[in-house]
Design a protein around this ligand. Structure first.
Ligand code: GAF
Length: 395
C-alpha cells in the first residue's frame, strides 16, 4: 500500500503495536493468538449483492488485526487502539451463556465484535483478553466493519475451532452486522474478507454464493483508491430504504429478486413501478450485467472496455440509484481527465468514502497530482494489490 498523504501503518507494525498494547494491559504477557482480516475495494457491482446479483471485489492489504489469549474467568476484555472508535476504547463483559445472551449497545464499535461472539457457531465462547488494531479507514467505504467482524470470527476459531466452512463464516459475520449493528448489508464485504486471494479479484454470485477467481496481477495495471475523507453512515436510513425499494420492485414484478428480472422485462413493466423505483431497479439490473461482462473483460486484458463499464456504473449510481455525492463525482471526473486512466467510479455503499480507479502504472503520479489539484478536500491515496483473506498469524 502506498499513499501520498499519510502512510497507513504496515501490517507488521500494526501487529507489533497490538502486541505491545496487550503486554501493557495484561500484565506483560504475550498474546497466544494473532489473526488478521482485510478490508476490500469493490471494482464493480454496487448495490447488487442484496439483489442476489454479481459483485467483483478484491481484498486489500489494509487489515484489522486481533491478538489475545483465553482466560478462565468467563470474562471478555477487549481494547481497541483505534483513535476513531467511540469511547470507551476498553470494554469488559461476561461471555454469553444460555439465558444471558449478548445484546447490542454502547460503545458502538463493540457491536461488530459482540454480534460475532453471540452468533459464533462453535460456542460457548470462553473468556478472553484481546487487543484490536486496524489500518482500514473507519467509515471510508473499504469495509472496516466487515474486517472487524471477520477478524473476530477468525480469532474465535483459534479459541474454539469450528468446522471451517467459509461461506457459513461470512454469513455469521453478516448476521452480526444485521442484528447488532442494525445495518441490513448484503454478503459482499464479509465474503471477500473471508475468501480474498492474492493476485485475484473475486466474481461472487450472491445468489449461489459461489465465487470465481479473476486474475488481477498485470504489473502494467494499477488499482488506485482515493479516499474523499467525507464520512458516510450506512446505518442511516438511505441504505435500508434503497434495499427495501429494490425488494418491493422485485415483488411487483413477480420475481424473488431483481436478479431474475431482465432489462427487457423491466422496460415492459415500466408503468407498474413508480419512477423512483423504476430507476433503482434499472441501476441494479444494468449493474448486474455490467459486472459479469466486466469480469470477462478483466480476464481478457481488455482494460479500456472494463474502464468504460466502471464509468457507466458510476453514472448509474449517481443518477439512477442516487448514492453518490459531489465529492465522489469530482474525484471520478478528475481521474477521467488523466491520460492512461481506464476508468473510475465510486466504490462501496456511497454517500462519501472512496473512489476506485483503474489505470496504467505509468500514469499514477500524474493522476494523483491532477486529482489533488481538482479536489478541494484532502484526499488520501492507496495504491493497492489484491490480497489474501482472513488468516491466523504466527503468535
Ligand atoms: C455496503 C454493504 F455492506 C454491502 O453489502 C454492499 O451492499 C455495498 O454497500 C454496496 O454495493 O458496503
Amino acid at each position: 500500500v502506498g499513499t501520498m498523504s499519510g502512510t497507513p501503518t504496515d501490517p507488521g507494525t500494526l501487529l507489533a503495536s497490538a502486541r505491545q498494547v496487550y503486554a501493557g494491559a495484561f500484565g506483560g504477557s504475550a498474546p497466544k493468538i494473532a489473526v488478521s482480516a482485510p478490508g476490500r475495494v469493490n471494482l464493480i457491482g454496487e448495490h447488487t449483492d442484496y439483489n442476489q446479483g454479481f459483485v467483483l471485489p478484491m481484498a486489500l492489504p489494509l487489515v484489522t488485526v486481533m491478538v489475545g489469549s483465553r482466560t478462565d474467568d468467563g470474562v471478555i476484555c477487549i481494547i481497541t487502539t483505534s483513535e476513531e472508535a467511540d469511547e470507551p476504547r476498553a470494554v469488559k463483559f461476561a461471555a454469553p451463556r444460555e439465558g444471558s445472551p449478548l445484546t447490542p449497545g454502547e460503545p458502538r464499535w463493540t457491536n461488530y465484535v459482540k454480534g460475532v461472539i453471540q452468533h459464533y457457531r462453535a460456542g460457548p465462547v470462553p473468556g478472553f483478553n484481546a487487543v484490536i488494531a486496524s489500518n482500514v479507514p473507519l467509515g471510508g467505504g473499504l469495509s472496516s466493519s466487515a474486517s472487524l467482524e471477520v477478524a473476530t470470527y477468525t480469532f474465535l476459531q483459534q479459541l474454539c475451532p469450528d468446522d471451517g466452512d467459509l461461506v457459513s463464516k461470512a454469513l455469521v459475520c453478516q448476521k452480526a452486522e444485521h442484528t447488532f449493528a442494525g445495518m441490513p448489508c448484503g454478503i459482499m464485504d464479509q465474503f471477500i474478507s473471508v475468501m480474498g486471494m492474492e493476485g485475484h479479484a473475486l466474481l461472487i454470485d450472491c445468489r449461489s454464493l459461489v465465487a470465481k477467481l479473476v486474475p488481477l496481477s498485470d504489473p502494467k495495471l494499477v488499482v488506485l483508491i482515493t479516499n474523499s475523507n467525507v464520512r458516510h453512515t450506512l446505518t442511516g436510513s438511505e441504505y435500508p430504504s434503497r434495499r427495501r425499494k429494490c425488494e418491493e420492485a422485485a415483488k411487483i414484478l413477480g420475481k424473488p429478486s431483481l436478479r431474475e428480472v431482465s432489462e427487457a422485462s423491466l422496460e415492459a413493466a415500466k408503468e407498474r413501478l413508480d419512477p423512483e423505483m423504476y430507476r433503482r431497479a434499472r441501476h441494479v439490473i444494468g449493474e448486474i450485467a455490467r459486472t459479469s461482462r466486466g469480469a470477462e473483460c478483466l480476464k481478457a486484458g481488455e482494460y479500456k472496455k472494463f474502464g468504460r463499464l466502471m464509468v457507466e456504473s458510476h453514472n448509474s449510481l449517481r443518477d439512477d440509484f442516487e448514492v453518490s455525492c459531489p465529492e465522489l463525482d469530482v474525484l471520478v471526473a478528475a481521474a477521467l481527465e488523466v491520460d492512461g486512466v481506464y476508468g473510475s467510479r465510486m466504490t462501496g455503499g456511497g454517500f462519501g468514502g472512496c473512489t476506485v480507479t483503474l489505470l496504467e502504472a505509468g500514469a499514477v503520479e500524474s493522476a494523483i497530482q491532477h486529482i489533488k489539484e481538482r479536489y478541494s478536500g484532502k484526499p488520501t491515496f492507496y495504491l493497492t494489490k489484491p490480497s489474501t483473506g482472513a488468516k491466523a498469524l504466527p503468535s
